[in-house]
Ligand binder design. Sequence first.
Ligand SMILES: [Zn+2]
Length: 75
Amino acid sequence: MKINCDQLAGLLPEFFDGDLSTDQSDAAIDHLATCVSCRLTVDELKGVRTLASEHGRLELPPESKERIRRSLDLD
Ligand SMILES: [Zn+2]
């Protein structure tokens, strides 16, 4: 099974919760092995989840906040 970036994004919540079927998680890992941008997304989400579990609330890393602010064009 081959998946694209959009499909991977749809699988990520279950991927982190370990709820994927073997086929799905193989496909996700396979995609991550070949797709740098999805790997960065996963690393970022992992960081967010780690922070969230450490602090008991969701906290975006500063560089994500900065990027979101820039994309929203706020200042
Ligand atoms: Zn991708």
